[in-house]
Design a protein around this ligand. Structure first.
Ligand SMILES: [Zn+2]
Length: 111
């Protein structure tokens, strides 16, 4: 039995026992679980050093995703001076930071 089935069964038990408060809490838990499953199933693509979801320009933190399976959007900090971005000495890159693990990463684009 998967977690969703368990919670469904608990909802039914709470309802049968007229535990309306418990029933309400369990319904909320069930919704939260379904949201979680949805975010676990986002298909991400790795490019230029970070992970991206389809149709989403903001990269996800590679450390959080690869180590903890967390999808945490990176935050764009600032544009680097020319020559500071490794793979393109002549071009400029951007500094990004993860709000969760605080790792910083350089990417070829900003936002
Ligand atoms: Zn992170």
């Amino acid at each position: 039995m998967d977690i969703n089935e368990h919670v469904k069964k608990l909802c039914q038990m709470a309802k049968d026992a007229n535990q309306t408060e418990l029933y309400g809490e369990l319904l909320e838990l069930r919704e939260a679980l379904m949201e979680q499953v949805k975010s676990d199933n986002i298909a991400l693509t790795f490019k230029e050093g970070a992970w991206y979801a389809d149709g989403d320009e903001t990269p996800f933190c590679p450390h959080c995703y690869e180590v903890h399976k967390l999808t945490v959007h990176l935050k764009c900090l600032y544009q680097l001076e020319k020559g500071l971005y490794d793979s393109d000495p002549a071009g400029t890159g951007w500094q990004w930071q993860c709000s969760n693990c605080k790792n910083e990463i350089r990417l070829p684009h900003g936002q």
